[in-house]
Design a protein around this ligand. Sequence first.
Ligand code: SF4
Length: 267
Amino acid sequence: MRWSERQRAMLGAMGITLWGPDRVEARDAPATTVPRPRDPGAAVACADTPARAEASARAAGGARAAFVAAPAPDAADIATLDWNALRARVASCRACRLCESRTQTVFGVGNPRAHCMIVGEAPGENEDLQGEPFVGSAGQLLDRMLLAIGLTRGEAEPAQQVFIANTLKCRPPRNRNPEPAELARCSAYLVRQIELVQPKLLLAMGRFAVQALLDSSEPIGRLRGRVHRWRDLPVVVTYHPAYLLRNPADKVRAWADLCLAATLLAR
Ligand code: SF4
């Protein structure tokens, strides 16, 4: 593959070194996101009834008050919502314990008619505070990666501006991993977002995004490099920018994934 001067500059900004005029080097590496501490109170998340919630709280040592979740979002009902109604529904959601510790929900950012929709994992501390996905150093890396293939989260036409959403709309405490029940309860919102955006391509970043879209627990290293499907939409799988910050050697693989995404978008 031949690189333009602009691409070379962007690759340099991403920290990717080109060996030779037309080639990037890739190595095998474990395809996992950065482990995060577990939440000792997670056992009481998403309890369906007050009795179950109290029992779970007791089992967790009684350190936290019982949380009674609102009913799980009704997928059939969510599927009828327009963009503004969906945003409002997410903002008021209390269907899992994460509503207790969030500063605000993180709905997404970008063009709701974008050709490329990026799906991440869950809000972190900065995202929770700012109400926007992928901010901080991981977000800056994502922005550079997008610029390298002519995309942006900033104002632009739908072909150039992405829409970015997370699988979870609320931050897990202390950035722990999302619980399966939390992912399940939040999934209807992501599905409706995809239905409304109607992108040409989904870019799944990180293993929880992959689980949500592909229902697969395979490592990213085994899933990346080929095209998957969510309903009839092509899905490209790649590493989460936070993982790439800790594992910079895999930036070359992420770049190859972005090139695959750009090729599909250009068709
Ligand atoms: S994470 Fe999702 S399901 Fe849980 S409270 Fe937030 S919006 Fe609702």
